[in-house]
Design a protein around this ligand. Structure first.
Ligand code: MD3
Ligand code: FE
Length: 220
């Protein structure tokens, strides 16, 4: 039925450099990634709700590979958790990122040149949200690769000028790929809503949504 599915959810270029490919990952590959995310979430440097400078915490839980992100910088150890070194981005994830860029831009050379040095794994329980923001702590404008697993969400892709309109709302489902490069790399974006209970049960998540983003910080 995949061929019918893709009629209702075709691949789409949302803005220059922003490409959404529904159903990019097989259920088996999704399940393997969910299992790996469980491993990465464990101590040392465990997944946590990131503390914000104002005293609150994010509603989303995050674990990092390669470089560790905390507001608003990248470090080699989990400075706001237990100060443990963060594991490297696995070669499997780098390879996944290269295939993602190749497919999104139909450009094998761009895929080969892609060298993500960081992965952020975000977990959303059904009440978690991510407000509109820009990812601007990276020093280079290489594309960002995003993989969605589990519950579907409403993803809001905005503009580079402000948090407000115009924006495009996209439903991201388990197994979807989104690549943000070129002029879209520094656009505002957020996740205003999770759709509870809409996940692919076979991918091994009983509830909630996982998102893997691959980035290039440009740090050494
Ligand atoms: C578009 N995560 O971790 S995914 C984030 O679904 C983040 O967990 C969301 O925003 C999530 O910072 C959105 C992908 C994403 C990441 C970076 C982007 C989309 C982007 C940078 C520019 C434009
Ligand atoms: Fe972001």
């Amino acid at each position: 039925m995949d061929h019918l599915f893709s009629v209702s959810r075709p691949r789409r270029t949302i803005a220059p450099g922003a490409v959404h490919i529904p159903g990019w990952l097989s259920t088996n590959r999704q399940r393997e990634l969910v299992e790996q995310c469980r491993e990465w979430a464990r101590p040392p440097a465990p997944m946590r709700r990131t503390a914000l400078p104002g005293g609150g915490r994010m509603s989303v839980s995050t674990v990092c590979l390669g470089w560790h992100w905390s507001p608003y910088r990248y470090t080699r150890t989990a400075v706001d958790v237990d100060d443990a070194p963060v594991p490297p981005v696995s070669p499997t994830l780098v390879d996944l990122g290269r295939r993602a860029v190749t497919d999104a831009y139909d450009d094998p050379a761009a895929g080969r040149a892609y060298e993500p040095d960081t992965a952020l794994i975000n977990f959303y329980d059904p009440a978690a949200r991510m407000g509109m923001h820009r990812d601007k702590d990276e020093r280079v404008n290489a594309p960002i690769v995003s993989i969605s697993l589990g519950d579907a969400c409403l993803f809001r892709f905005g503009n580079t000028e402000s948090r407000g309109r115009p924006y495009t709302d996209v439903r991201l489902e388990s197994g979807d790929l989104f690549v943000f490069g070129g002029p879209s790399r520094f656009a505002f974006h957020g996740v205003p809503l999770i759709h509870p209970g809409t996940g692919n049960a076979e991918c091994g998540l009983t509830g909630g949504r996982l998102n893997i983003t691959l980035r290039t910080t440009g740090l050494t």
